[in-house]
Design a protein around this ligand. Structure first.
Ligand SMILES: [Fe+2]
Length: 260
């Protein structure tokens, strides 16, 4: 790999454009997201990003659609069509950045609808000398993040390549470390097990997540960075630059669209 690969990591955009209304929480500026992403395109060269990572909640699809409580077939068809239109818009906005990108869905996304625009987002992707391992996980009935059999198999496959493969960046919506509770649990039910495996792996350089909107950053005693940028949907629209070298993360810097 090159001496330094710079990841521009943004998360939790909660975009709505064709979708009606805005996110339930007023600080999530769903309808401003297309314009803010447009502004980011104007800064991408100055930011010197090699690859863009988006760790879920690209859209803010209504809860009533996702949890099935609104069963009206016309409303469901309309909402699905608007979501597809918004995923295509999101993809256009990402293409406009002119950098390769890595995206996973979050709990406000619908994977099948996400795939209408992002079917090329395969679980293992080598970009700019790094191996991006992209997990799609879920919330259980108690709103706790859980990793299913498919994700666990992907995790084992990725770690089996170990230090012989390219340095790995794991991308997922939910958190592994630190254990984080606010109104809900934000880390996986079996996060400790993943944390111990990752920290001992010698091949995972960073774990990039979203979901916890205030953001977080922790470095393990083996040098693995667990990073959650504050949610991009809220002013000042923060994001992170993560510089990765062959032996690990070289540095992390917080930036925002409105302040710097
Ligand atoms: Fe979110």
């Amino acid at each position: 790999m090159q001496d330094r690969t710079r990841i521009l990591h943004l998360t939790d955009l909660h975009l709505r454009h064709a979708l009606a209304g805005t996110a339930k929480r007023p600080e999530r500026l769903s309808r401003e997201m297309p314009a803010v992403l447009g502004r980011l395109a104007g800064r991408i060269d100055a930011l010197a990003a090699d690859v863009v990572v988006i760790s879920g909640d690209l859209l803010d699809i209504p809860d009533e659609y996702i949890d099935g409580t609104n069963t009206d077939p016309d409303w469901r068809a309309e909402t699905a069509a608007a979501s597809v239109a918004d995923y295509r818009l999101f993809r256009d906005l990402l293409e406009n950045l002119g950098r390769p990108f890595v995206a996973v869905p979050g709990n406000h996304d619908v994977p099948d609808l996400f795939d209408t625009a992002f079917a090329d987002q395969t679980p293992l992707r080598d970009v700019a000398g790094l191996r991006f391992v992209c997990f799609r996980d879920d919330l259980n009935g108690d709103r706790a993040p859980v990793r299913g059999a498919e994700s666990r198999a992907l995790f084992e496959t990725a770690l089996a390549d170990g230090v012989d493969g390219p340095p790995q960046i794991h991308v997922q919506h939910y958190m592994i470390d630190p254990p984080t509770f606010a109104q809900w649990r934000y880390h996986y039910t079996d996060a400790d097990w993943y944390r111990d495996r990752i920290n001992a792996s010698g091949c995972v350089r960073a774990v990039l997540s979203g979901h916890y909107h205030p953001g977080s950053h922790l470095v393990s005693d083996t040098g693995v960075h667990y990073s959650v940028p504050p949610a991009f949907c809220s002013a000042p629209h923060p994001f992170r630059l993560v510089d990765v070298g062959p032996l690990g993360v070289l540095g992390i810097a917080d930036r925002s669209m409105d302040n710097d």
